[in-house]
Design a binder for this molecule. Structure first.
Ligand SMILES: Nc1ncnc2c1ncn2[C@@H]1O[C@H](COP(=O)(O)OP(=O)(O)OP(=O)(O)O)[C@@H](O)[C@H]1O
Ligand SMILES: O=P(O)(O)OC[C@H]1O[C@H](OP(=O)(O)OP(=O)(O)O)[C@H](O)[C@@H]1O
Ligand SMILES: O=C(O)c1cccnc1
Ligand SMILES: [Mg+2]
Length: 565
């Protein structure tokens, strides 16, 4: 998307930012919680606003009962950071929204504020990630980093949740199936829909029906037609323009409607002679008119929704009549869509029908005609279809996918882990909610078989784990859980995407396609028992011995000692 020119406090357009703005123009410095601005003022009033803070963005539990998550939303976060600047209107709204006693100097400070002193480190977007490991580490003046908390969480939470949901659907569907995202009409508003389209693609979907997402992100667009199109036709007489040129342009069929009828008669004659139950009688002629019209409009990609009247008695023979007529003119039909009924049974019956047509009329490949299924599909229905056996080639999935029906939110948090080089910890009665202090480094260690074995967090200045060298990996909170690992490969997970004034090189944002490829490749590399749907094995996330000792030292230091009476 083109960068939207932002207006600076002096009324001038901001200089061309290094990166485009976030996709959604609502993503501005005001897209944050009020308390971020009240804290920013209080930091400023206490002359603490430039204290150097380090925050970790992470989640505590994998979604959907699984043991993995896909990290997504990073590109939008970095674009937000790169373009972070309040304009005069935004400053005056913040002024109105804070109590009247705020000093003018604070608003002068806001006027100058940007992310030039912020550093952002992150795991590459599209990576497989695990609880407690920082997906992003944001360093910088505490007041500005605090203002970033809510928008960064907003940009990562749903993006990662829906990318994970898409990856899970892909896992059940299998590699060879085409997955189409059809969720726009049922998504949570325009941003929910566009966001879902983008991140379902990263999570392994092949295409979307969402035209705006196709334009914004270059995601392949696919679609069929609806029941309304089929039922809008009353009779073949409605078709005025009946001629169709052959695919190579060499001949012209003057009456394609008659050609379709001829084929329907042939199909009916053959099927009638074979069927003992009289199943292949008359098909619905208004449906045939709809299919014929659609084929005249799109002869090269004719698709038919076959369940408006009766799939086996009408939709399939009508489709075949049109497809065979198209075949005469050198066109290959795109396939059918089933949108109701028993999808396992109907897809298998449709396949048999296509195969019998291939045999009967000697049309090579007709038996392989594409079958798309839709209608309230989700992980469970895909799994059920696999168990029953089916002949579906492509799935169109909407509601359950884009609304993340089985889990509403991922629950990423943004916690202070260090200020002015002093490590900080957040305690909780619930040990899973205790934060891991310190500016950390994060590594993924791979085992002999090439699978990732464990992620390990260490202090910033600890030596980097080395290939072939034994390292102790400890559970951060459970003393007895520990293991030695001799890594065969070590990945340093956090990369510098926004260097601030550090002088470090900035890692370029990859294209959407590259991010999708990373996601697919990383999922394939996982050990299968972490990926299975039922009782998957948890992936281990650990800390170094040194970090373990420090966490527990700080914990004891910060936790008040109670008195029993
Ligand atoms: N073979 C199958 N095994 C398991 N679930 C299936 C199978 N076939 C279809 N389903 C699912 O069963 C549900 C059927 O939906 P529903 O009860 O609304 O009927 P329908 O087929 O849509 O009927 P209608 O013609 O009224 O629209 C959908 O969620 C669909 O994905
Ligand atoms: O079922 P989903 O996974 O959400 O996928 C998208 C659905 O949207 C369309 O239905 P439509 O809006 O025409 O409504 P209906 O099929 O429920 O009648 C389409 O035919 C799919 O059934
Ligand atoms: O193109 C389709 O078939 C489609 C698109 C959106 C929703 N349902 C179906
Ligand atoms: Mg439906």
């Amino acid at each position: 998307m083109d960068a939207k020119a932002r207006i600076l406090p002096n009324g001038e357009a901001a200089p061309a930012a290094v990166l485009d703005s976030p996709t959604n123009p609502m993503v501005t410095p005001l897209l944050t919680d009020l308390y971020q601005y009240t804290m920013a003022y209080a930091y400023w009033k206490a002359a603490k606003h430039n204290d150097r803070a380090v925050f970790d963005l992470y989640f505590r539990r994998n979604p959907f009962g699984g043991e993995y998550t896909i990290f997504a939303g990073l590109e939008e976060c970095i674009k937000f950071i790169a373009n972070f600047k309040l304009n005069e209107g935004e400053i005056s709204f913040v002024r109105q929204s804070l109590s009247g006693s705020c000093e003018d100097g604070f608003f002068d400070y806001l006027r100058e504020l940007d992310c030039s002193e912020v550093e952002a480190y992150a795991i590459p977007e599209g990576s497989v990630v695990f609880p407690k490991v920082p997906l992003m580490r944001i360093e910088g003046p505490v007041a500005v980093v605090q203002l970033l908390e809510t928008p960064l969480l907003n940009l990562v939470n749903f993006a990662s949740l829906v990318a994970t949901n898409a990856a899970r659907h892909r896992f059940v569907a299998g590699k060879s199936k085409m997955l189409l995202e059809f969720g726009l009409r049922r998504a949570q508003g325009p941003d929910g829909a566009i966001t879902a389209s983008k991140y379902c693609y990263i999570g392994g979907f092949d295409a979307t029906s969402n035209v705006a997402a196709g334009r914004l992100f270059g995601i392949p667009l696919r679609g069929t037609h609806s029941h309304a199109f089929v039922s809008s036709f009353m009779s073949p007489d409605e078709i005025i323009e009946k001629s169709l040129k052959s695919s190579d342009g060499s001949t012209n069929c003057e009456d394609f409607v008659s050609l379709v009828h001829t084929w329907l008669n042939k199909i009916q004659a053959v099927q009638w002679s074979k069927s003992s139950n009289g199943m292949f009688g008359q098909t619905n002629h208004s449906e045939l008119a709809a299919f014929t019209s659609y084929a005249l409009a799109f002869p090269g990609s004719f698709l038919a929704l076959v369940d408006t009247y009766d799939v086996m008695r009408s939709g399939i023979p009508n489709f075949c009549a049109v497809a065979l007529a198209l075949n005469d003119l050198g066109y290959k039909a795109g396939g059918i869509r089933l949108d109701s009924g028993d999808l396992a049974y109907l897809s298998s019956e449709a396949r048999k029908f296509f195969q019998s047509i291939e045999k009967e009329f000697r049309i090579p490949g007709f038996g392989k005609t594409n079958i798309t299924a839709s209608n309230d599909l989700n992980e469970e229905t895909l799994d059920a279809l696999n168990k029953q056996g089916h002949e579906v080639d492509a799935y169109g999935i909407g509601t359950y996918l884009v609304t993340c029906y089985s889990q509403a939110a991922l629950g990423c948090v943004f916690k202070l882990v260090e200020i002015n080089s002093q490590p900080r910890i957040k305690l909780s009665e619930d040990v899973t909610k205790v934060s891991i202090p310190c500016k950390k480094r994060c590594y993924r260690l791979y085992g002999k078989e090439g699978y990732p074995l464990v992620d390990i967090l260490t202090g910033e200045n600890e030596p980097i784990p080395k290939v072939g060298e034994r390292i102790l990996c400890r559970h951060p909170f459970n003393e007895s859980k520990r293991a030695f690992v001799v890594p065969q490969k070590v990945d340093d997970l956090l990369k510098c995407y926004w260097p601030g004034t550090s002088g470090k090189p900035r890692v370029e944002l990859p294209s959407l396609k590259e991010t999708r490829e990373r996601c697919i490749k990383q999922l394939e590399q996982m050990r299968p028992d972490h990926m299975r749907r039922l009782n998957p094995t948890p992936y281990k996330v650990s800390v170094s011995g040194k970090l373990y000792d420090f966490i527990h030292f700080l914990w004891l230091n910060e936790a008040p000692v109670g008195e029993l009476q």
